[in-house]
Design a protein around this ligand. Structure first.
Ligand code: HEC
Ligand code: HEC
Ligand code: HEC
Length: 119
């Protein structure tokens, strides 16, 4: 074997190894980079509502499939037009969890400000 071939083989092993390692990581779902926080703005007359992947995924240890691709598409604000308070209060979208059982409710006057906040 010449040294050029050895170099090529080594490089191939490293690339394949890296790909397998990344694959395993993604399959485990543990360390996939999560999108940055964003705001829902169709909230007048109340303040906008932040959504934080960081606090839900890292903080609350929720898994991606609990929210994707149902009830949420992986597209920021895709569901916003359907997301009225009435619909959330009926247990759709955020209301799947924010129902007073899994997480604070969308119906409690004392909790409105946990979601509706100044930017
Ligand atoms: C608690 C619910 C929840 C969990 C858990 C969750 N997401 Fe999301 N994700 C959302 C919501 C809500 C949106 C925005 C959808 C909308 O507004 O219609 C979103 C949007 C996204 C987007 C699109 C971002 C953009 O800028 O358009 C990506 C990518 C995404 N999520 C990836 C993930 C991954 C990867 C995980 C797991 C590590 C994850 N999400 C876990 C709720 C969640
Ligand atoms: C779990 C988070 C959450 C809680 C708690 C919450 N909201 Fe909302 N609210 C939202 C989201 C998300 C929207 C839709 C924003 C969008 O689609 O851009 C919204 C929209 C609204 C709107 C705009 C008009 C409408 O009906 O959609 C009003 C008004 C509103 N909320 C009032 C309230 C009141 C009053 C409370 C407390 C009783 C409350 N919200 C509690 C998340 C929440
Ligand atoms: C899969 C369940 C689930 C869904 C869906 C979900 N949440 Fe949450 N959320 C939680 C849990 C659990 C907590 C911790 C709350 C508690 O301790 O009562 C939380 C906390 C929060 C908080 C307070 C912490 C923070 O991030 O500032 C906000 C605001 C919030 N959620 C907004 C939303 C909005 C807006 C949506 C819809 C776009 C949503 N959540 C959808 C489970 C969920």
């Amino acid at each position: 074997m010449n040294s050029k071939f050895m170099g090529f083989t080594t490089a191939t092993v490293i690339v394949v190894g890296l790909a397998l390692w990344l694959d395993a990581k993604l399959a485990l779902g543990g360390e996939v980079p999560v999108p940055p926080d964003f705001f829902y703005e169709e909230t007048k007359p109340l303040d906008p509502v932040p959504f934080s992947h960081k606090s839900h995924v890292t903080g609350k240890k929720l898994q991606c499939p609990e929210c994707h691709t149902k009830p949420f598409q992986m597209k920021k604000l895709a569901a916003s037009p359907q997301m009225t308070m009435k619909v959330l209060n009926e247990g759709e979208f955020c209301g799947n969890c924010h129902n007073g059982k899994k997480a604070f409710s969308t119906k409690e006057a004392k909790d409105c400000a946990k979601c509706h906040r100044k930017k």
